[in-house]
Design a protein around this ligand. Structure first.
Ligand SMILES: Nc1ncnc2c1ncn2[C@@H]1O[C@H](COP(=O)(O)OP(=O)(O)O)[C@@H](O)[C@H]1O
Ligand SMILES: [Mg+2]
Length: 244
């Protein structure tokens, strides 16, 4: 039985996917990047999505981030059916509810760290003074107050990713999505970024993170394995002895 939207809200699901398919029609063949994915995520969870290259992880993240639409199936965010949203509502959700962090950072090369973080606030019409204050606050959360006026090419890889994380956080989104955020970083820098995600989770952020590294997935409290576009396993780990 499919729950009603009211039930979904009552159950506290931030995200619910119901039999999601994404099929690419390549003429001679159809590629089922996702072949019936269903799962739910509650507020405050820290979920890792793992799976081999080509298994559909990025496709799934792009659907969750409302950057793409499924061929079949339903996706609810905060109890609301995404396919029923108008373009304006979708734009609002993308801007306010979702913070997306990419493997390749996706920063504006010519803009300072501060301006990169301000961008989502410019798009939603936040007045300049408030915008700068909030962008500075987000940069403080990732410990980059002292690099605000640097451009991406004046920052290390780890610092660039921290700018991207600050940009993702600046609107206090309901959920932080990260697709292989340590994929372009050396091991030590990757560990720093994972420590940052762990801290953000402890501060109450809901996080979904894609990785193919077990070390990285260890930081999460739940792991979904994707294989051939399907959920192969979904395991929760007892919350370990974390420092307060
Ligand atoms: N735009 C596209 N057009 C055609 N096929 C695609 C497209 N994007 C992804 N695919 C295919 O879908 C499958 C899943 O890709 P992807 O989600 O990027 O996997 P992963 O992130 O797990 O490596 C792959 O077989 C890939 O080649
Ligand atoms: Mg990918």
């Amino acid at each position: 039985m499919v729950d009603s939207q009211a039930d979904l809200v009552a159950n506290g699901y931030l995200i619910r996917t119901e039999n999601l398919w994404k099929t690419y029609d390549m003429g001679a063949e159809k590629i089922h990047a996702l072949a019936g994915v269903s799962f739910t995520v509650k507020k405050g969870e820290y979920l890792a999505i793992m799976g081999p290259s080509g298994s559909g992880k990025s496709t799934l993240m792009n659907l969750i981030g409302c950057l793409d639409t499924p061929t079949q199936g339903q996706y609810f965010i905060n109890g609301r059916l995404v396919s029923a949203m108008s373009d304006d509502e979708l734009a609002y959700i993308r801007n306010r509810e979702i913070g997306f962090v990419f493997q390749t950072f996706n920063l504006l090369a010519r803009a300072t760290a501060l301006h990169n973080v301000e961008l989502p606030l410019i798009y939603n019409g936040t007045p300049a003074q408030e915008r700068i204050a909030r962008a500075k606050e987000a940069l403080a959360k990732v410990e980059l107050e002292n690099r605000m006026m640097h451009k991406p090419n004046e920052l290390s890889g780890g610092q660039r990713q921290r700018v991207a994380i600050a940009r993702a956080l600046v609107n206090n989104p309901s959920i932080l999505l990260a697709d292989e955020p340590t994929g372009n970083l050396d091991t030590a820098t990757g560990v720093e970024i994972m420590n940052l995600f762990e801290r953000l989770h402890r501060q109450g952020n809901t996080i979904i993170l894609v990785t193919h590294e077990h070390d990285v997935a260890q930081h999460a409290h739940r792991t979904i394995h994707i294989r051939d576009g399907k959920v192969a396993s979904d395991e929760r780990r007892a919350q370990g002895s974390q420092n307060p």
